[in-house]
Design a binder for this molecule. Structure first.
Ligand SMILES: *Cc1c(COP(=O)(O)O)cnc(C)c1O
Length: 415
């Protein structure tokens, strides 16, 4: 419940979490598609964005698709996930990471998060293979633009002969040991959704070094036509190809990826400096091995600085305590000033739809635990970050002055 008196002037224009940032060239390439009447799912823009993306990312093939979720769906099929297969999936992520596993009849087994990068915990993953030695597939995400512990995850996967699908939807442009995310999985995907670091308004790509996978993805995405004079089908098809108009937007955006990352990084660092002295930390990353794209700036409140705060299935409530705060208070206060924050992705093992799926965590005594642990008194890492964390306004058009006000609003929540 919002109880603060207004200490600052509310923003006249809304300060957003993350919105598209256009530069002008997008319109040029969309118009080019229009003028040449390439208004469908073939054309120069598509060819160019595939070429430019593969070159930027350092993979052999990038297949342009209608969205990141479509790319994940084809990736899951290419990886060979079939009805009844158990699949190790990131737990704290957007549901789109693993929905395609379920489209194909796979059964997600959720792997808890580690605290260093907020991604899939390699230790929990190893434990999961002890519990489910037959699993052959891993679907993992790089959350908020921060690369996961890829070497460790890869080592575990290789030890057990498992394939990795890497969801780099949020991490386009981020690097791990100098290599772009999206190249660490056996198959990778990126997204050009409207709130991502660059956007086509929608769109996504499948990334691979395997020409057969790339050709299959192209074929499946265009309804699986065989090379016959009529509509001939040997395989199930999908209408997942990217539009040449959307590709025009992406073609105009691609030259600005690094600029957007620099702006997002500046936002992250301004928050970090602005929160000095508060009992909070920013979303962490491995500064030695990785360079995030800083897509969203997030903060985590120290446990002993949390006021009384409970979240039910659909609503939250808290008790204001001096010197303390909680995500609900901060998000409600930001909203009252016309600024948009967001809770951390609610972990999948906490979602009603996945309540009966197994979940593996090693928090506590380091022993693998399943859902029974949650039913008891313990709190796993994902649940803990969800309880204490939030996403801050991270729009790259937010001015330094606006951001300073956001910082002051957050500071006031701890008074
Ligand atoms: C945005 C997102 C997706 C889905 O991408 P769309 O292009 O919106 O379908 C998948 N995974 C994660 C982690 C995302 O943030």
């Amino acid at each position: 419940m919002f109880t603060h008196d207004k200490k600052f002037k509310p923003f006249t224009g809304k300060v957003w979490l993350a919105t598209p940032t256009m530069h002008g060239e997008e319109l040029k390439w969309m118009t080019d598609a229009f003028n040449k009447n390439w208004m469908s799912t073939v054309g120069e823009n598509i060819n160019e964005v595939e070429r430019l993306t593969a070159a930027k990312i350092g993979c052999k093939y990038a297949v342009a698709l209608s969205c990141g979720t479509a790319a994940l769906h084809l990736a899951v099929k290419l990886a060979g996930i079939k009805r009844g297969d158990k699949v190790f999936c990131s737990d704290m992520t957007f549901s789109a990471t693993l929905n395609p596993v379920v489209y194909e009849g796979g059964v997600p087994i959720f792997i808890d998060t580690e605290r260093d990068t907020w991604n899939m915990d390699p230790v929990a993953l190893e434990k999961a293979f002890e519990l489910y030695p037959d699993v052959k597939h891993i679907v993992m995400a790089n959350l908020y633009g921060t690369p996961a512990k890829m070497d460790e995850l890869r080592a575990v996967a290789d030890r057990h002969g498992a394939v990795i699908v890497e969801d780099a939807a949020e991490s386009l442009g981020a690097t791990y040991k100098g290599k772009q995310t999206g190249t660490f999985g056996d198959i990778g995907i990126i997204s050009f959704n409207g709130n991502k670091i660059i956007t086509g308004s929608s769109g996504g790509m499948l990334l691979t070094d395997d020409i057969e996978q790339a050709n299959k993805a192209r074929k499946w995405s265009t309804q699986s036509r065989e090379a016959a004079p009529w509509y001939q089908h040997e395989e199930l098809g999908y209408n997942y190809r990217m539009s040449n108009v959307i590709a025009g937007v992406i073609r105009g955006q691609l030259p600005y990826l690094e600029e957007h990352i620099a702006q997002k990084k500046a936002i992250y660092e301004r928050y970090k400096a602005g929160f000095k002295g508060l009992p909070v930390v920013m979303n962490p990353f491995d500064g030695k091995n990785s360079a995030p794209n800083y897509w969203l700036s997030c903060m985590l409140i120290d446990g002993d600085a949390m006021c009384k705060h409970v979240r039910g299935e659909m609503e939250a409530c808290y008790v204001k305590q001096s010197g303390k705060s909680c995500p609900t208070e901060i998000l409600e206060t930001l909203a009252a000033y016309n600024a948009e924050g967001r809770p951390i992705w609610k972990p999948m093992h906490m979602q009603p739809i996945y309540r009966n799926n197994p979940f593996v965590t090693v928090e506590g005594d380091g022993r693998a635990k399943t859902n029974a642990y949650i039913a008891g008194s313990g709190v796993d890492v994902g649940m803990d970050i969800f309880n204490r964390g939030l996403c801050l306004p991270s729009d790259n058009k937010m001015t330094a002055e606006q951001q300073d006000t956001v910082i002051n609003i957050v500071r006031a929540c701890f008074e």
